[in-house]
Design a protein around this ligand. Structure first.
Ligand code: HDE
Length: 709
């Protein structure tokens, strides 16, 4: 039998075992190292490590064994407790919206809606209500990439003085289906196909398009999903929508319908499809990192909250049914009224405790707000509460700090798994006469459902008023700029080209014929269909509606570089003054700069000084930036001309329609790569021109370099 090593003198250890016996090369934290100094990682006084029962642990490196090379003992309760807890670290991921990122912040009301509602959050101007906001993709698992083509969740939990209000919306104002009973089918169709387990986080496959082809009500949402709205550049640059009509209810019990909109202060920005695909490889946490870095840098993302208010009578006159969640109310029909501002200024302390365990429920609302009869919303009122039980495992999920209201709450609900409260006394019922302090109902200020006159024949019937599936899809497409229309057509071609079943491809084109014949023809051509398929049977013929420029992305971009990021590619010999001047101009415009160099240690600049890099060229491609500058010496350009990563950096920046700032060396590299300069390739000597070009994409470049449908 081998003996335990005694190579290290016993004096190196505070216990009777030697350092080598304690294991590894790293000394335990309370151990005197060979040099004689106490090993204390930076940052000070460490509390003792304990078990969950508070027992101080002496050795966190070794399990308890019969002898140093012998079997582990079942007796080792410290090992068992640690592994037991580890084994149960995961909870079921969300069935949809599993991949998400969240932040804390506040909402401040700027315009009172006191005329319409009793909700204090919508009437107390200047009051700051804490919020927790989670953004998500829908289809992918929790470890999937941030940038697939997908709808984004936009869920806000307002911790109001009257209880929690959850506005659980998306970044698109309509939805695929009209009735909650179709939701499991929709999600089963879009998720990985059940026999093969792929594709992950992608709608470009047969089952999704098969379901869509048989669900014409989805065609409006499909237009949005195929637009660049589903490729947001940043979570900070997306709109949010409550989708359904809700009601605001005032003190007299009168109700007004309301739609909620979030509008990003940075304006809308999207990536291009080819770019989004490449970002997924370069940084699958692109959106999460972007939100984290912005908040850490103090560049807090903010949104305006706006409402569309309308009465029942006004709704009667709309050429669609506002209770149908596949329809929106154009801003040109009912203007948006901005009533407040949300700022996200604090990243969660712990991802699991907050972002993973936060439980949003559309049924969480406050007095003065009420539901409408939107059948999708009505189904959601059940689903979210129910799902929390399987995710969080207990009806007491509301007691988790992230879910608990920040106003007092009390009732006679008791017990259950993981009960954290310790209610006192004998009274756990109501009415009661045995306790003076037991909670009672409050008729005057409590929640009341709006008294609505409902009558009719019970039945599983889709209303006639929900039958027009194409008019708003047509309006959406007609309202886009030519660049955006080309992206929609190309996205349809891309997605349908991944569909193996020819009849499904044809059926979708058949639906497109009701929306825009030109679009149908472009997609048919892009798919190589021999002839235009038959138009689908339509319950109601599509109407032409007035164009709504508010539905564009390009129309909603802001003339700003704020919140975005410019990458500057340097190499040995680059001119530090040029780099500094470019950096200064970008930062003055409210954007950030990242220096990219062949080596992460930096580049030796002209003049001999080292400039540190934020990223190494091969790992920091230009897809991560909104615009780039290529600032090189002649030698640097010659060197990089031979490097594939540098070639990709420049060619992709050009291909993704980005402004490229250059100096003489940059120009040399572009020339060597065969990239012909256009109006978006700018000498950084003219910083103003470079910033102006960096704010937007060089849309006109695209037709020359990409085969769009
Ligand atoms: Fe959801 N949805 N949903 N949904 N949804 C969930 O709840 C559901 C719908 C939305 O960041 C689940 O906690 C049904 C529309 C967001 O945690 C689940 C129907 C809209 C989030 C659920 C819908 C949404 C969810 C999964 C059809 C836009 C993420 C885990 C009636 C207005 C919230 C969970 C977060 C999450 C069900 C339709 C938005 C299963 C049954 C429409 C932003 O309860």
């Amino acid at each position: 039998m081998r003996k335990a090593s005694s190579a290290a003198p016993a004096t190196f250890s505070t216990s009777s075992t030697s350092a080598a016996q304690r294991g590894g090369t790293t000394a335990p934290q309370d151990e005197v190292r060979a040099g004689g100094e106490l090993h204390q990682p930076a940052g000070g006084s460490h509390p003792p490590l304990t078990t969950n029962q508070g027992l101080v642990v002496a050795d966190n490196q070794n399990s308890l064994k019969v002898h140093p090379r012998g079997p582990v003992l079942l007796e080792d309760f410290i090992l068992r407790e640690k592994i037991f807890h580890f084994d149960h670290e995961r909870i079921p991921e969300r069935i949809v919206h599993a991949r998400g990122s969240a932040a804390h912040g506040h909402f401040e009301l700027t315009d009172s809606l006191a005329q319409f509602t009793t909700a204090s959050i919508l009437t107390k101007v200047g009051h700051k209500t804490p919020v927790f906001t989670r953004f998500s993709t829908v289809a992918g698992g929790s470890g999937s990439a941030d940038t697939p083509r997908d709808v984004r969740g936009f869920a806000v939990k307002f911790y109001t003085q009257q209880g929690n209000w959850d506005l659980v919306g998306n970044n698109i104002p309509v939805f695929f289906i009209q009735d909650a009973i179709k939701f499991p089918d929709l999600i089963h169709a879009v998720k990985m196909e059940p026999d093969r387990g792929f594709p992950q986080a992608a709608s470009a496959h047969d089952t999704f398009w098969d379901f869509i082809s048989l669900t014409p009500e989805a065609m409006h949402m499909v237009m949005w999903a195929m637009s660049d709205r589903t490729l947001p550049r940043s979570l900070r640059m997306m709109e949010g929508f409550g989708i359904h009509s809700f009601r605001l209810v005032n003190a007299e019990g009168q109700s007004t319908f309301v739609k909620f909109h979030w509008r990003p202060e940075l304006g809308l920005q999207s990536t291009l499809w080819d770019e989004a695909v490449k970002i997924a490889g370069a940084d699958s946490d692109f959106h999460r990192r972007d939100l984290f870095e912005a908040i850490e840098a103090g560049s807090f993302p903010a949104w305006e909250l706006a409402v569309q208010l309308f009465t029942e009578e006004e709704a009667e006159a709309f050429p669609f049914d506002h209770l149908d969640p596949t329809k929106l109310i154009p801003e040109e029909l009912v203007a948006l009224r901005v009533i407040g501002r949300m700022v996200l200024d604090r990243w969660p302390d712990n991802f699991f405790a907050e972002t993973e365990q936060v439980a949003f429920c559309p049924s969480h609302l406050v007095p003065g707000i009420d539901f409408s009869n939107d059948p999708l919303l009505q189904g959601r009122l059940f689903s979210y509460l129910d799902t929390q039980l399987s995710r969080l495992g207990s009806p007491n999920f509301h007691q988790l700090p992230i879910n608990a209201p920040k106003c007092p709450f009390a009732n006679q609900q008791r017990d259950g798994h993981m009960q954290m409260g310790q209610p006192r006394g004998r009274v756990a019922y109501e009415p009661s006469s045995l306790a003076a302090d037991s909670p009672r109902e409050s008729p005057a200020r409590g929640f009341r459902s709006t008294a609505v006159d409902e009558s009719g024949l019970k039945g599983r019937v889709r209303p006639e008023s929900f039958a027009d599936h194409y008019s708003q899809a047509r309006q959406f497409f007609a309202s886009q700029t030519g660049f955006e229309q080309a992206h929609i057509a190309s996205a349809l071609v891309f997605e349908l080209s991944k569909v193996e079943a020819l009849h499904v491809r044809e059926a979708i084109v058949g639906h497109l014929r009701h929306i825009d014949t030109g679009l149908a023809q472009r997609v048919a051509d892009g798919l190589g269909l021999a002839k235009l398929p038959e138009a689908a049977a339509a319950a109601v013929a599509a109407q032409d509606m007035p164009a709504s420029p508010a539905l564009q992305i390009i129309g909603k971009m802001k003339d700003t570089l704020a919140g975005r990021c410019v990458g500057i590619l340097i190499a040995d010999g680059s001119d530090p003054k040029r780099v500094a001047a470019t950096r200064q101009a970008v930062e003055r415009a409210g954007a950030s700069v990242k220096i990219v160099a062949p080596k992460v240690g930096g580049a030796r600049m002209a003049g001999g000084k080292l400039m540190a890099a934020d990223g190494q060229l091969a790992g920091t491609p230009s897809v991560l930036f909104d615009a780039v500058a290529v600032l090189l010496s002649a030698e640097g350009a010659t060197l990089l001309a031979k490097d594939a990563a540098a070639g990709d950096f420049v060619r992709n920046a050009f291909g993704h329609l980005k402004a490229i700032g250059i100096d003489a060396g940059g120009q040399q590299l572009l020339q060597a790569l065969g990239v012909a300069p256009d109006a978006g390739v700018i000498d950084v000597g003219d910083t103003k021109a470079f910033i102006a070009a960096a704010k937007t994409r060089q849309w006109t470049r695209e037709a020359a370099l990409r085969m769009l449908a």
